[in-house]
Each structure stands twice: as C-alpha cells, then as structure tokens.
Design a protein around this ligand. Sequence first.
Ligand SMILES: [Zn+2]
Length: 179
Amino acid sequence: MTDKEFNVGDKVWVASYERQQVKKDCPICSGKMRVTLILGNGDLVETDCTYCERGFEKYGWIYEYEYVSVVRQLNITRKEVNESASGRDVEYYHEHWTLAHDKSFLTKQEAGARLEDMILEAEQNDLERIKYTKDQNPRKYSWHIGYYQRLKRDALREIERCDRRVTFFKKKVKESKND
Ligand SMILES: [Zn+2]
C-alpha cells in the first residue's frame, strides 16, 4: 500500500490466491505403477514406481497444488486509526476482512505483481516440503527424476514470470519518462 491515507468508501486492489489440490496421473509411470530402468550393460530392469507411492501404498497418481489468482477491487468499509507517541497506525477493513497493507494497492498492476510474488513463495514452500520427502528417500531413483522434473518446470515458470516483470517495469520506466 502507499503512504497515502485512505478513507471509508475508497477502493483498493487486493491480491489473494486460492490453493487447490489437483489429482494428476503420476508423471513418471503414467499410472502403471511400474517403471523400467536401463542398466549400464543395456539390460532392462522393471521396478516399482516410487514417485507415486505413499508409505507402502501404490497409487499411480499424485496430488499437486495449483494456485488460482484472484485480484479484486474492494472498498474500504471501516478504518481504524491508532495514534500514540510512536506514531500513527491505520488499519483498513472491507466488511470483516482486514485489508493487509502488503496486499492492498492503488493499481491492479501492482496487486498483480505482488500476487505473483506470493504464489512464487507458496510454490517454493511446496518444493521445500517435497525436498524433505526426497531427502528421506535417498535411493529412490524414479522419485528423484520426478522431483527434478518438477524443479525444472517451476524454474521455467519463474523465468517466464521474471520476463513478464521486466517487461512490466520497462513499460513503467517509459511511462514515467513521458510524464
Ligand atoms: Zn508412479
């Protein structure tokens, strides 16, 4: 949020996301629950898929989280001002929701950019969680392939996101030069 003080009735753009659990075919065994390894001498060895197993159960599918972005404009219905020797604190509300300072903005673009950061952070937390599982399974090769594929996919997404940000800020620089 900016330093500008808002009033009841003003509108701000708020960034938020919803996390959805999605069931997907196992990307390693495609639901067959078995994979084939090629050994150094060319022999093929069939083994259990460890990517989609949980505990001793085998599934053929996995759960992943997907993030659905929501950027919406809300009006301030309540404002709380707290003044003390240490300064002035203002809290804004839309009905029963607090409009967090770090998630509420004057423009839709700023809220969108913040939302991308929030989702990236959440995805990184997801990766850390699965990295923990990975470290518990040091010899599960097929699991590792799945892990690194996912890491790669997320890294590619991050590159895309950074490109969009670069374009966004370049455009901003241009706009401010034209002012
Ligand atoms: Zn599998």
